[in-house]
Write a protein that binds this ligand. Structure first.
Ligand code: DGJ
Length: 725
């Protein structure tokens, strides 16, 4: 650990640099953004001098700075980096520099801070990942020197980075059941743009990825700064602007962290609190640049799924709770026939579970519905060459269940009441060691017995009054989240080939914390392609397509009752980890053949879709979407031109194709395996040529002039492939 100051550290990766001044009392960011290149000591010192603040009128006598962990001790009047108090004692932590260490390869910086009076040791870690994301985390430890009898109540640890003056717009997300990741825009004004989740999970209205950017930034334009909190419990995101700015050089801060409930973290005797990792991304190329950095980060993980993402059939919207072996065997046969590679048996298979009111938590196969266990179905699935997946909701119970009756002490609720039910269910306190072991043992036994390949891990309610009955009713969201992570990790350790999907009332738990332990997310319970188009393309702001579950639902959507064309449903589900969620037995042979052709197409294009760069065009017409995936080599791309509704213009106009190589000539192909859309206006000449002859066009023209897109009827999509010749 180096202790000498001052020093200026320049972390550089992937065109991004982060310059930190190791100043007392707490180091600060001098610069975050476009790579400044190799800077010698003199250049770094000039940057420091050029960033030095001046004192302002009627304010602090010394210039104000905004450090990496600002507190009132530094005259910071915004949201403190570190909040907490000694029980019946001071609420004014004053961290000061104790040491720092920059790793040899120039991508890691650890800063040690201490507050000797209170007795805190704080470590801040900043890692600039190979794709240029700043992954930050911190820990606070009650130091050995502290008076062990006096506890420190930690109320918040928020990690922030500074924003420059030109960041003026905000983009973040809200949502509800069946409409997750709904974007919302606002302006940075004075004060705090604060988004909190107090639902015990990121939830359906999660801010998800909070971005600030230059005026009117878009998918392909503007400079963007983004933050994501990699955590599956309560959390907070903020952009904060004070009149005095964030130090002299920056006007606002962006950041986030875990939202701690009162009394949730009380430290004594060398106990340590670890923050989740908070990810900061910067892009000079709009939101797509932010996405590319996150996708590269996720794809670079050792645990990232490397096998082709199998085509799924999920039984939920096909049969719901109505489990009947013959019906499910027929479904398995048809699924195999159309090319499905993994069948997932959803809710309804376990003891007493005939509807949503009973049985949750009793993880044994229901012997009335499944007299021979799941074996006959599992065997058929395997005989047909498919993998087998099973649904669980391990953190939940119905009060009408064996487990809730036998172990009321395991329910996560105040001792004198069970609290409100949501979907007839309550939460099991997984931080209770007996409850944890019970649930783990049941899942483990079933995974072993049936050699289960895949778990759909559901979580269908918010947490309210999450009181730990075994700990004087102290709040338990944090411990619940950690116990969940432990269980997922333990299962994967025991069953290394097991894949897990994160589902929470649809897409209510989509974050990089859960993704450390899971292999895909269920984006939404809404399989209506009109809604799905938006949900998937926004979910892809953070996640690459191979991690986003996308299913073809019924002709009439079960959630919106909108009726849509098969080709539109098929093309929509292609842009994700594709699957089917409908009763195949009611389809005609011709329709089944359409599914089979689409399945072949999915298998052909998934290597591209699951490895390339996802790009979205900025279009003025909100009724049209244009997005696609461009191979890393840029020699191939697959785009989808989508029409959600009608709009004023008669013609869609020429749309530049983003992401292609200007030096290449491309052959444009129309992929019609999933169907060809119905058109509202005449087919443009190039499209007729591409369909029936051959159409080649220069990359420069595609990128600048673009292609005159056909005006489709509402709720239609066209699939275009570009191959360099
Ligand atoms: C909610 C999920 O989002 C659905 O896909 C389905 O698994 C149901 N739960 C089952 O209860």
């Amino acid at each position: 650990m180096t202790t000498s100051t001052p020093a200026i550290i320049n972390l550089r990766q992937a065109g991004v640099c982060l310059v930190i001044e190791i100043a007392d009392p707490v180091p600060r960011v001098l610069y975050w953004g476009r790579d400044l290149g190799e800077l010698d000591d003199a250049a770094l010192r000039s940057l420091s001098v050029a960033s030095r603040a001046a004192a302002t009128h009627n304010s602090t006598d010394r210039p104000r700075y905004c450090s990496l962990l600002p507190t009132e001790a530094e005259t910071w009047s915004g949201t403190p980096g570190l909040e907490g108090h000694l029980v019946e004692g001071t609420a004014y932590p004053r961290p000061t520099l104790a040491g720092w260490d920059a790793s040899g390869d120039g991508s890691m910086l650890t800063i040690d801070l201490a507050d000797e009076r209170i007795g805190l040791d704080i470590a801040l870690r900043l890692r600039l990942t190979p794709s240029g994301i700043v992954a930050a985390d911190a820990s606070v430890r009650r130091s050995a020197a502290a008076d062990g009898a006096v506890r420190f109540v930690l109320t918040g640890l928020t990690l922030t980075m500074p924003l420059p003056e030109r960041a003026v717009d905000i983009l973040d997300f809200t949502g509800k059941w069946s409409r997750e990741r709904s974007p919302q825009r606002s302006r940075i004004g004075m004060g705090t743009h604060l988004r909190e989740s107090r639902r015990g999970r990121p939830s359906l209205d999660s801010p998800f990825l909070l971005m600030a950017g230059t005026e009117s930034f878009g998918f392909g334009r503007g400079e963007v700064w983004g933050v994501h909190v990699g955590w599956s419990g309560n959390q907070r995101y903020l952009v904060e602007a004070l009149p005095e700015g964030a130090g002299a050089t920056h006007t606002a801060t962006i950041g986030g962290g875990e939202l701690l409930l009162p009394g949730e973290v009380i430290l004594r005797d060398e106990e340590t609190y670890h923050t989740p990792t908070v990810y900061f991304a910067w892009s000079p190329e709009g939101v797509d640049g932010i996405s590319a950095a996150f996708h590269a980060l996720l794809r670079g993980r050792e645990s990232h799924p490397s096998s082709p993402r199998p085509l799924v059939l999920n039984t939920w919207e096909a049969v719901y709770f109505d489990h009947d072996l013959d019906k499910l065997l027929e479904l398995a046969d048809l699924a195999a026939k159309v090319g499905v590679e993994r069948l997932v048996l959803d809710d309804g298979w376990f003891s007493g579970r005939r509807d949503a009111t009973k049985g949750l938590g009793d993880w044994t196969v229901d012997s009335t519905v499944w007299p021979a266990g799941l074996r006959p179905l599992v065997d058929r699935v395997r005989e047909r060459g498919m993998q087998f997946g099973l649904w669980f909701e391990p953190e939940m119970v119905n009060l009408s269940s064996g487990i809730a009756r036998e172990h009321p002490e395991w329910i996560l609720a105040p001792s004198d009441r069970v609290g409100a039910s949501i979907r007839h269910q309550h939460v099991l306190n997984l931080a209770h060691p007996d409850a944890w072991h019970h649930v783990f043992a049941r899942i483990d036994a079933l995974v072993s017995e049936y050699a289960i390949d895949y778990i759909k891990w559901d979580h269908n309610r918010e947490l309210h009054e999450a009181a730990r009955r075994d700990a004087a009713d102290r709040p338990g969201v944090r411990l619940q989240t950690l116990a969940l992570y432990r269980m997922l990790a333990a299962l994967r350790e025991r069953h290394p080939r097991l894949e897990i999907e994160s589902c929470a009332s649809g897409g209510g738990r989509v974050d990089l914390g859960i993704l450390q332990h899971t292999d895909r997310v269920w984006a939404s319970d809404c399989n209506d392609p009109v809604e799905r188009q938006e949900i998937q393309r926004w979910t892809a702001t953070l996640l690459p397509l191979e991690l986003i579950g996308a299913h073809v639902g019924s002709r009439e959507s079960h959630t919106t009752h909108r009726v849509t064309d098969l080709s539109f449903r098929l093309i929509t589900a292609l842009f994700g980890h594709a699957g089917i969620e409908q009763d195949l037995a009611i389809l005609s042979p011709a329709e089944l053949e359409r599914y089979a052709a689409w399945a072949r197409l999915y298998k052909e294009v998934r290597p591209l879709l699951h490895s390339g760069r996802f790009v979205r065009a900025d279009l003025a017409d909100g009724a049209s979407l244009f997005h696609g995936v461009v191979a890393e080599s840029r020699r191939q791309a697959l785009f989808s031109w989508v029409r959600l509704g009608t709009s004023e213009p008669v013609q869609a106009g020429r749309i530049p194709i983003p992401g292609l190589d200007r030096t290449c000539t491309y052959r444009v192909r129309v992929r019609e395996e999933a169907g060809y859309p119905s058109l509202q206006e005449q087919e443009p000449a190039w499209l007729t040529r591409a369909r029936h002859q051959s159409f080649e066009v220069d990359g420069r023209l595609l990128e600048t002039a673009g292609l005159l897109m056909p005006t489709l009827n509402p709720q239609e999509a066209l699939l275009l492939q570009f191959d360099a010749v």
